[in-house]
Design a protein. Structure first.
Length: 334
C-alpha cells in the first residue's frame, strides 16, 4: 500500500521553513557554535526555555541540530551554511525566499491559476522601485557562489580580450556578478544598471570588494535607460523570467545593440525542461506566476529563440554547480 507520509511531508513543509527562519532571526545557529543545553541556549538567545526547547527539537528533526545527552550542537550542514561570518553562509537568503510579499503571493496560487495570472493587492515585482529588490540586493550570499562560477567560466575569454574589458551588468541587484569579475580581473570595468535604491546596495558591495573606482552606475529602468557601451560582455542574470517572451526579446535586443560587434552575452536563469521538470525551475515558475504580471520559467529553446532574434549565435548552455540554474552564453553574429 502506498504510504501517505510523502504527502504529509509536503503539506507540513511550511512548518519546517518557519523553524529555520525563526532560528536565523533569533541567532540560534550562532548561539550553538558552542554546544549547550536547552537552558543555556535559551539564555544565549534571550528566550524562555520551553519555547527554545521546542524549536531545538524541530531543528533536530530537520538535521540542522544534533543532540548528545542534554547538550545540543550544530550539524555539519548548519555549521557550514547557517553561522554568520562563515564563507558558506546562506542565512541572509531567508529574507529573499521567505519575504512576506512572496509568501502572501504564493498563498493565492489557486486564484492565480484560475484567473490565468497573478491576483495581487499590491504592485507586481517588476514595478519600478518595488521594495523587494532592496532586500534581494542585500542577500549577497545568494549570488556569491554563482558569481564565482561565472568568473571561472569566463576567465579564458576575458584573458583573450584587449584591455579594458567592458562589462554591462543589467538589473545588477547586489552587483556581485559584475563586481566579482572586476575583483578577479584588474583589466575589467563594469557598468551596473538598476533602480536607484538597489544601486545603493550594489555600491556598498563595490566598496567592500574595493572595486568602486572601476564601476560606472546607471540608475533607471532596463527597458528605457541608456545602456552606454559599446560593451564587450553583458550579464543578464535572473531578469528575463519576470516578463512575457515578447518583452524579454525586446530587452535582449536592446542589450545586443549596446555590445561591440564581437561582444558576448551571458543569460543566467532557471531553465525549465518541460519533459522532465526539475524542482528548482518548476517551483520558481510558480513563484513568478504569483509574483509578477506575466513572468515564468522558460525553456532552453525559448532562450535560444530570444537570442537568435537579437542577432546572437546559438547559445552554449553550461549547468551551474552552485545553483539549479544554467548559464547560456552566446556571441553576437557579425
Amino acid at each position: 500500500m502506498a504510504s501517505p507520509s510523502e504527502i504529509v511531508q509536503l503539506l507540513t513543509a511550511p512548518q519546517a521553513t518557519a523553524a529555520v527562519v525563526a532560528a536565523i532571526e533569533l541567532d540560534l545557529f550562532a548561539a550553538l557554535v558552542a554546544p549547550g543545553s536547552a537552558a543555556e541556549v535559551a539564555l544565549r538567545i534571550g528566550c524562555p526555555e520551553r519555547t527554545t526547547r521546542a524549536l531545538l527539537a524541530a531543528l533536530q528533526a530537520l538535521r540542522l541540530v544534533e543532540r548528545d545527552g542534554k547538550r545540543y550542537r550544530l550539524s555539519p550542514l548548519a555549521a557550514a551554511h547557517l553561522v554568520p561570518g562563515e564563507p558558506g553562509y546562506l542565512g541572509d537568503a531567508a529574507a529573499v525566499f521567505c519575504d512576506p510579499v512572496t509568501w502572501a503571493s504564493l498563498r493565492r496560487l489557486a486564484e492565480t491559476v484560475r484567473a490565468g495570472g497573478a491576483v495581487r493587492d499590491d504592485r507586481p515585482a517588476e514595478t519600478p522601485g518595488h521594495p523587494f529588490w532592496n532586500t534581494f540586493a542585500r542577500a549577497v550570499s545568494l549570488a556569491a557562489p554563482s558569481a564565482n562560477v561565472l568568473a571561472d567560466l569566463l576567465a579564458p575569454w576575458i584573458a583573450s580580450r584587449p584591455a579594458p574589458v567592458r562589462v554591462l551588468d543589467l538589473a545588477c541587484g547586489s552587483g556581485l556578478y559584475g563586481l566579482t569579475l572586476a575583483r578577479r580581473f584588474p583589466s575589467l570595468r563594469v557598468t551596473a544598471l538598476d533602480w536607484p535604491g538597489v544601486l545603493d546596495e550594489a555600491r556598498a558591495t563595490a566598496r567592500r570588494l574595493a572595486v568602486e573606482d572601476r564601476v560606472d552606475w546607471i540608475a533607471g529602468d532596463a527597458f528605457a535607460a541608456p545602456l552606454a557601451g559599446p560593451h564587450d560582455l553583458a550579464i543578464v542574470s535572473h531578469l528575463l523570467h519576470h516578463f512575457n517572451l515578447a518583452d524579454a526579446a525586446r530587452l535582449v535586443a536592446r542589450v545586443a545593440q549596446s555590445l561591440a560587434p564581437d561582444g558576448r552575452i551571458v543569460v543566467h536563469e532557471f531553465v525549465l525542461d518541460e519533459e522532465s521538470p526539475a524542482a528548482g525551475p518548476a517551483f520558481f515558475s510558480i513563484l513568478m506566476l504569483t509574483f509578477t504580471s506575466e513572468g515564468q520559467s522558460y525553456t532552453r529553446a525559448d532562450y535560444a529563440r530570444l537570442l537568435a532574434y537579437a542577432g546572437f549565435a546559438p547559445p552554449t548552455a553550461v549547468p551551474n554547480p552552485a545553483s539549479p540554474t544554467e548559464f547560456l552564453i552566446a556571441d553576437r553574429q557579425t
